[in-house]
Ligand binder design. Structure first.
Ligand SMILES: CC[C@H]1c2cc3[nH]c4c(c3C)C(=O)[C@H](C(=O)OC)c4c3nc(cc4[nH]c(cc(n2)[C@@H]1C)c(C(C)=O)c4C)[C@@H](C)[C@@H]3CCC(=O)O
Length: 261
């Protein structure tokens, strides 16, 4: 029995995708966790996955994150929420951590943006997002206005997102990726300091064979805001949920074994 009115605690993993992805990318992890007796949910942020909003109309980071905020507000208090964010979804996770601090038992950043509220990202000269040739922009407000969406060009997907992943997953993903709301993403890493949120245990999982989010840049994030647990996924590309799902599953279980229920 836990401390919440005598109701037994339930460990509930909530997964947040990165840019252009959707809740679909967690299908292997959700299958493994459900089979092991945990609760596991993935969310489609606004304009992603099967969320019906056109991402070209999403201009605000809070609007983009709204489906996660709704989900978190509905989860009952006896659920011990482990919030897991991938890639730029780490920005969403940090914002949710600040808004729902009391509901979250642990946050895990997977190859993710992990920036202490009140500070800025370390120098990002290693980031591939700056290499415009790999991106295709959409102009929902007309060609004379700044872009509203961004999607990786199909010929670069295997190398940058999924170099170590099964080819079937690459094929599936290439059908499901959708443009990310570029203007909403400009709102990441703009949070005020939040000492309460910093008390929540935090894990970082580094992807060592990542062609998109350089491992050295991930090291810098970890140095700048050291997590309580650090895991290295040696054989993982940027998308550990496809390339090393069983190792990721094992590391998630190890991470939650440190929870005080
Ligand atoms: C194009 C500019 C826009 C942006 C888009 C974007 N960012 C990432 C993707 C896209 C389309 C990815 O596909 C990747 C990801 O989420 O993979 C699933 C992205 C990352 N972005 C990161 C950090 C980061 N991005 C931005 C800004 C933007 N990203 C523009 C608004 C910032 C800041 C503060 O401006 C930061 C810190 C990483 C977590 C990943 C990997 C990026 C890489 O190394 O290339």
């Amino acid at each position: 029995m836990g401390g919440d009115g005598g109701v037994a605690p339930i460990i509930h993993f909530v997964f947040v995708h990165g840019a252009c992805h959707g809740g679909w990318c967690w299908y292997k992890l959700i299958t493994l966790l459900l089979a092991a007796g945990f609760k596991a949910t993935s969310v489609d942020l606004t304009g992603a996955g099967i969320n019906l909003t056109d991402s070209n109309t999403v201009f605000d980071f809070d609007h983009y994150n709204q489906p996660l905020f709704s989900l978190l507000s509905e989860i009952p208090p006896h659920h011990k929420i482990i919030l897991v964010g991938h890639s730029i979804g780490g920005g969403t996770v940090t914002e949710a951590l600040c808004k729902f601090t009391d509901k979250i038992s642990m946050v895990i950043y997977l190859a993710a943006e992990m920036v202490q509220p009140g500070t800025t990202s370390p120098n990002n000269s290693n980031m591939t997002v700056g290499e415009e040739d790999i991106w295709e922009f959409t102009y929902g407000e007309g060609a004379d206005k700044p872009p509203t969406g961004v999607l990786m060009k199909e010929e670069f997907i295997r190398h940058y997102y999924y170099s170590q992943s099964p080819i079937e997953d690459v094929t599936l993903a290439s059908k499901l990726l959708r443009p990310a709301p570029i203007r909403a993403l400009q709102g990441i890493d703009k949070l005020p300091p939040n000492p309460e949120a910093e008390k929540v245990p935090r894990g970082y999982m580094k992807t060592a064979k990542d062609n998109l989010f350089h491992p050295m840049y991930q090291d810098r994030l970890v140095e700048k805001w050291p997590p309580s647990q650090l895991y290295i996924l040696e054989d993982s590309d940027h998308s550990a949920f496809f390339s090393v799902p069983t190792i990721l599953f094992a590391y998630l279980l190890r991470a939650v074994s440190f929870l005080q229920l």
